[in-house]
Design a protein around this ligand. Structure first.
Ligand SMILES: NC(=O)c1ccc[n+]([C@@H]2O[C@H](COP(=O)([O-])OP(=O)(O)OC[C@H]3O[C@@H](n4cnc5c(N)ncnc54)[C@H](O)[C@@H]3O)[C@@H](O)[C@H]2O)c1
Length: 462
């Protein structure tokens, strides 16, 4: 039950729809996609109050819907069911068997059978109109993220989206504007920000252990060739098909989010520009030649995505962040996850640290000796359930805690837009032979104010 007073819309749904339509019409009339990107790189006029520092309404239980119940959604539902005070009330996936499998998990957890929406790609709209959903988790293929997030906001539902939250700059601005107008949070569900190492480095960085911060790096370097060509893994070839459509960093969030937190982006610093270069695109075609039988549908595809995209982001305070994306060549998994400052640096994969005065003579130190710097979430939940080493659970636990207790979320629509902006902007930079691209100030000037983020204090009540 939601025992809070209903969260008020600042403006009527009609005026929101009108504004969104007008923005869309403007873009439709705009000339080339590049021109549209240039227009939307400038900050449009704010249409509602900021969402910075806006707390959730307090509630005794959080009513959750999951949209998309494939690999990700089908696993994340178990974590929602494991967190006290969460009720999974509705599920949506056009593949009935996946929705029903997830519904059975809800019943097995002792909750009432959830409503199930299985009638095609737009049935999420019916789900979001129910009026009894506090939060929707979107774990669908990338090209549907924007429309589903938009629909959630317009129906008064807080929404969290798997990465990337959207694929175009004008879509990122639409989500910022809609979140501000509807007074609902739109969040990038960046689980990697909740990794144990990431949270420890974050606390150490904020305590000055690395000195003045200078540079960092993050990546999604994950050999997905086998999964992308496995017809039984994803629901269709959607992920592989992106490699036929776009050159650039398709998945910057896992690498960018944690480093953005270390450097307090949107909380005292901000990302101002990005320059990207891409390698040739050879990996998927070579994998296909070696592994896929003649006549496989993949043989009709032409891959254009760079096997490795490397980007450099500059911040307003002059710091440098390197981002990498590579899912199409052999390599051990790495998100790089490094941070350097005037007192030394941390590098992950494998984890190692070198900071003065603790280390000298070019010898890396043992990061496990710094467990005292663990975030309170990791001190409280030593063995979290679920995948990805427990960070998925931390994300869900903390978000649901913020919603139950009426706290400000650890991240917001401005972070979602910033962490996702390398998708369109790396593409533009590569198209323009490495020309730097301006990263918009999605906060419209509010980035200058320091404020809390992921480095939260443990609430008095849990
Ligand atoms: N954060 C992480 O660590 C992590 C890990 C894996 C995947 N992901 C992200 O999760 C998302 C889903 O990936 P996946 O591996 O589960 O893919 P998947 O193909 O296994 O699952 C996608 C599901 O969405 C459903 N779907 C498609 N269109 C829909 C619609 N219009 N409405 C409702 N459901 C719809 C499909 O039927 C399918 O069941 C992607 O954005 C991916 O990048 C994130």
């Amino acid at each position: 039950m939601n025992d809070a007073v209903p969260e008020q819309h600042e403006v009527s749904r009609r005026s929101v729809l009108g504004a969104a339509g007008a923005a869309g019409a403007g873009l439709a009339l705009g000339a080339t996609p590049a021109a549209a990107e240039e227009v939307s790189a400038r900050e449009p006029r704010r249409q509602g109050g900021t969402m910075i520092g806006v707390p959730f309404q307090r509630r005794s239980a959080v009513r959750v819907a999951l949209i998309g119940l494939g690999n990700r959604g089908g696993a994340m539902i178990e974590l929602y069911l494991a967190v006290p005070g969460v009720k999974v009330v509705a599920l949506c996936d056009p593949v009935r068997a996946k929705a029903e499998r997830a519904a059975a998990k809800v019943v097995a957890a002792g909750q009432p059978a959830p409503a199930v929406y299985v009638h095609g790609d737009h049935d999420y709209e019916q789900l979001l109109k129910r009026g009894d959903i506090d939060f929707a988790h979107v774990a669908t293929p990338w090209d549907s993220h924007f429309e589903i997030a938009k629909s959630a906001l317009l129906n008064g539902v807080h929404v969290g989206v798997e990465c990337p939250v959207a694929l175009q700059l004008d879509q990122l601005w639409d989500l910022v504007n809609l979140s501000e107008r509807t007074r609902r949070h739109c969040m990038q569900l960046e689980n990697c920000c909740y990794g144990r190492n990431e949270m420890r480095v974050l606390r150490m960085a904020h305590a000055g252990k690395f000195g003045d911060l200078l540079h960092g790096a993050g990546a999604y370097n994950h050999d997905l060739r086998g999964l992308m060509f496995d017809p039984a893994y994803y629901e269709g070839p959607w992920r592989r098909l992106w490699h036929t459509r776009l050159r650039g960093d398709l998945y910057p969030n896992h690498g960018f989010g944690p480093v953005a937190n270390y450097m307090d982006l949107n909380r005292g610093d901000r990302a101002v520009s990005i320059v990207s270069v891409g390698s040739p695109s050879l990996g998927l075609a070579q994998y296909r030649a070696a592994n896929m039988p003649a006549g496989d549908p993949s043989w009709k595809e032409t891959y254009i995505e760079s096997d490795r995209t490397i980007s450099l982001v500059q911040t307003a305070r002059g710091r440098v962040i390197r981002l990498e994306h590579d899912v199409s060549t052999p390599h051990p998994y790495s998100r790089i996850n490094s941070l350097g400052g005037t007192l030394g640096l941390f590098e992950d994969y494998p984890e190692r640290i070198y900071i003065e005065p603790d280390h000298k003579n070019d010898e890396w130190g043992d990061f496990s000796k710094y467990a005292e710097w663990d975030h309170w979430l990791w001190k409280e939940h030593a063995n979290p359930p679920g995948g990805h080493g427990g960070m998925d659970y931390m994300l869900v636990f903390r978000l649901m805690q913020c919603m139950r207790l009426g706290l400000v979320p650890d991240f917001d629509v401005y972070d979602a837009a910033t962490w996702t902006s390398p998708v369109p902007l790396s593409n533009l930079s590569i198209k323009q032979h490495g020309m730097p691209q301006r990263i918009p100030d999605f906060t419209r000037g509010e980035w200058k104010k320091p404020r809390p983020g992921m480095d939260s204090e443990k609430p008095a009540e849990v």
